[in-house]
Design a protein around this ligand. Sequence first.
Ligand SMILES: C[S@@+](CC[C@H](N)C(=O)[O-])C[C@H]1O[C@@H](n2cnc3c(N)ncnc32)[C@H](O)[C@@H]1O
Length: 274
Amino acid sequence: MIWELIQSLTTPANPVVKKLGFLNESIGMEARYQRCQKSWDPHYQQCQQVILKAASEATQQNTLLILGAGSLRDIPLKALSESFKKVLLVDLLFLKSARKRAKPYSNVSLLEIDVSNSLPALLQTRSAKDYIQHLIDCPPKLATLLGTKVVVDTIDCIVSLNLVTQIPLMPVVKCAARSETSPEQLADLAELLVQQHLSLLTEVDGVKCLIADQSISEYDRQQKLVDCHDPGWGVSLPIDNLAWSTEWEWEMLPFKESGIGLKQVHSVSAFCWA
Ligand SMILES: C[S@@+](CC[C@H](N)C(=O)[O-])C[C@H]1O[C@@H](n2cnc3c(N)ncnc32)[C@H](O)[C@@H]1O
């Protein structure tokens, strides 16, 4: 608890990101990783393999961009740093442990960016309707998000890493707390955020790789399926020329962690296309 408090007080982060609770979420995820390492490491290793395979399909090795870098544990940093001129890692914030992991690599940069381009508006708007209007008026564009940090044309490989289903979570929670929000508006804004993220990936001409939860299932101690839902809000993936895909299961919440006698298993898929 004390270490979590120290991290909360000493980690630099954008005030909007802090106010929306993302810093505490990241600290909580880090603590959960320490408790669930045995069931999380195989998932992280799968992600690393997929990223390496996607990166190896790039025809040039100028820039590799990863969105949703988080802890960096699921990123094969050394290999990527050796093969690409620039490796750009994007997330809302980076804890000290992630910064330490990136430090040895001079061509790896950590960029604190809101890839939905909507979090200040989430705080400023008074209704879900206004927030949805902001999403429609100001969709995220890579060139705007990255600014002068990189020219989009030089990105040879882009990876969305366990991020797409996370993007709508906070907006849905915040808008659900506004009394006049309807369930349809929540579904609309979540769907829009997912679609806008998928469009963002297609701005890159090079290799595109999407690693994402496809379903979340809950099992009781008799291994009986109790619940299963689609975290992608029903958005189908607009991928025409898929080069390859793969999938695996991630025991995200083992029994000992869940506290309610149910374990949570995520079915994760990876898609790669050019
Ligand atoms: C499931 S985690 C995956 C992170 C990382 N790959 C890992 O497991 O260590 C999702 C990540 O998405 C980030 N995230 C959520 N919304 C975001 C946004 N709008 N822009 C950028 N990153 C966002 C969170 O900060 C978090 O680190």
